[in-house]
Write a new protein. Structure first.
Ligand code: ADP
Ligand code: XUL
Length: 532
């Protein structure tokens, strides 16, 4: 057996590990510690503390730390800990951890005779961490964008307009509502840099990938953006960790993990990143133009970019990619749930829905649906409502095709700011097993689509980064394409080529869709809605 590489993923509901052995090309270990069930004393539901205000979503950072002990204790029985060469990780993006003056010493002197929770229980200046599901900072977003010259200027500077869940607006709210504890805060970490600090046994940098999800980093230079810092809270710069490229090693792992869990004392650790940047690696998207589309509860579109471009409409995000390049992330709320609404409205199962797609022509004879079954993020539609153009509500097959074509055309239109059409798409998520949907995807985007089966692409991406980082630290210049090729491959034989005749039809239909969307979405409301 060769060296082992651990990829961790501190996500909303669980802490997971994927361990790879590049020599054999195998994933040798997988495990996941669910917070609610394994650590019930923290009282979380789906990893989140209950709140009477639905806009507030916090989690206890000590719970994530305690989960590390549980995970390593279990992992020691499943792998040879002495063979681990490097550890890297992923954190849920945007969440922030507030540390007091005792944190650095506690991290540097972790005692293996006590638990991590015991070692670190006293280091927080704020016992809970606002996480990405928190949407309580609308006022702070407006204030920050005002100070930075508006939405477009904020996106241009930091990679995204100010979003409620992003770290800067969350820090501003903490400063405004609890100035006393803000004053006592010596360091503000992301979930990723906090967990990486525990593994390293010392404070470590925030990487450029996750740093981009804060509304605080200059997206082009990878430095803290001084106007954004000033717009957020006083004295912020000295409270933030340094920023660093994603392939930065943080040195050897903490002795805590060596003495307690038998890790090799030579084992290295890396800066962590956000789950979306790591997923880019876990999905093997390391070439310009390669795009991932996840058809899950929502649909998400994420593209790998060589050059930094930002969305002037503020709909999409730009993060750093762990390769040192960039990635986009665009979230469409009306994904699987919209497809299910149509399926159920006409009493179909997925096979009936797929048959309807197969029996209808590309372009649907010009019939169009705007599928805002629930409020939409992209384009911004606050009041839900479904609108049909040249489409009869009783046309069963026409409605099935219309919802899928609408979703694919919206992705095409709202990713245009990236400056290039995808050269290939890796499709993931529950609905990617539906070939009829993937055919429409290939035809609308005019490029091949491959199906990708992944379990935890963020943890796998982190493990691949650990391997890459270890090779780099031993003086080699590893090629990302070779790194991902062994572990992040599409399902063999799943390639779907676009049909040129169908693609030509969509060139026109996209323009019609754009006009229909402008009519409705431009107002922020779906207007007269026809209930599904
Ligand atoms: P999540 O965002 O929760 O991770 P998943 O990626 O697991 O979601 O996707 C779940 C969704 O996949 C379900 O909501 C369902 O609508 C959809 N789905 C499952 N099978 C099919 C199918 N054959 N055709 C279309 N959609 C499907
Ligand atoms: C991305 C986002 C989520 C979290 C989930 O902007 O908020 O995808 O990263 O962990």
């Amino acid at each position: 057996m060769g060296h082992l590489y651990i990829g961790l993923d501190a996500s909303t509901q669980s802490l997971s590990a994927v361990v790879i052995d590049p020599e054999s090309g195998e994933t040798v270990y997988r495990d996941s510690v669910g917070y609610d069930r394994t650590l019930p004393a923290y009282g979380t539901v789906n990893g989140v503390l209950q709140s009477s205000d639905p806009q507030i979503a916090h989690a206890p950072p000590l719970m994530w730390v305690e989960a590390l002990d549980v995970l390593f204790e279990r992992m020691r029985a499943g792998i040879d800990p002495g063979a681990v060469a490097c550890i890297c990780g992923s954190g849920q993006q945007h969440g922030s951890v507030y540390l007091n003056a005792s944190a650095t010493e506690a991290l540097c002197e972790l005692s293996p005779s006590r638990s991590l929770a015991d070692n670190l229980g006293g280091i927080f200046s704020r016992p809970t961490s606002p996480i990405w599901m928190d949407s309580s900072t609308g006022e702070e977003c407006a204030e920050i964008m005002d100070a930075l010259g508006g939405m477009r200027a904020t996106a241009e500077a930091t990679g995204s307009r100010a979003f409620e869940r992003f770290t800067g607006p969350q820090i501003r709210k903490f400063y405004k509502t609890d100035p006393e504890n803000y004053r006592k805060t010596q360091r503000i970490d992301l979930v990723s840099s906090f967990m990486a600090s525990v593994i390293a046994g010392q404070p470590v940098p925030v990487d450029h990938g996750d740093g981009a999800g804060m509304n605080l980093m200059d997206i082009r230079t990878g430095q803290w953006h001084s106007d954004a810092l000033n717009a957020t809270a006083p004295g912020l710069k000295r409270r933030l960790p340094p920023l660093a490229p994603s392939d930065t090693s943080t040195g050897r792992v903490s002795r805590y993990f060596v003495e307690k869990y038998g890790l090799n004392p030579e084992a290295r650790a890396m800066v962590w990143s956000g789950d979306n940047p790591n997923s880019i690696i876990g999905l093997g998207l390391v070439n310009a133009g390669m795009t991932g589309i996840s058809l899950g509860t929502s649909d998400t579109y994420f593209g790998f970019m060589k050059e930094c471009r930002t969305d002037p409409d503020g709909e999409g995000h730009v993060f750093g990619a762990p390769t040192g390049d960039y990635m986009s992330l665009i979230v469409f709320q009306n994904g699987s749930l919209a497809r299910e609404k149509v399926r159920d409205r006409y009493g179909l199962g997925w096979s009936g829905f797929s048959r309807a797609l197969e029996q209808t022509p590309a372009g649907n004879n010009g019939k169009i649906m705007l599928p805002y079954f629930s409020p939409e993020i992209v384009p911004r539609v606050c009041e839900p409502g479904v609108r049909r153009f040249d489409l009869d509500e009783n046309d069963v097959a026409g409605n099935c095709r219309a919802v899928v074509e609408a979703q694919m055309m919206a992705m095409r239109i709202h990713s245009q700011w990236m400056g290039r059409r995808p050269s290939g798409i890796y499709a993931t998520g529950g609905a990617s097993e539906n070939e009829a949907i993937l055919r429409i995807m290939a035809d609308v985007h005019g490029c091949p689509v491959y199906r990708f089966e992944v379990t935890n692409s963020a943890a796998l991406g982190a493990a691949l980064r650990a391997w890459h980082g270890h090779l780099k630290s031993t003086g080699r210049d590893p090629d990302w394409e070779k790194i991902v090729a062994r572990f992040a491959e599409p399902v063999p034989g799943s390639k779907l080529e676009p049909d040129p005749a169908a693609s030509a039809i969509y060139e026109n239909l996209v323009e019609k869709y754009r006009r229909c969307e402008r009519d409705v979405a431009g107002t922020g409301q779906a207007g007269k809605s026809v209930s599904p």
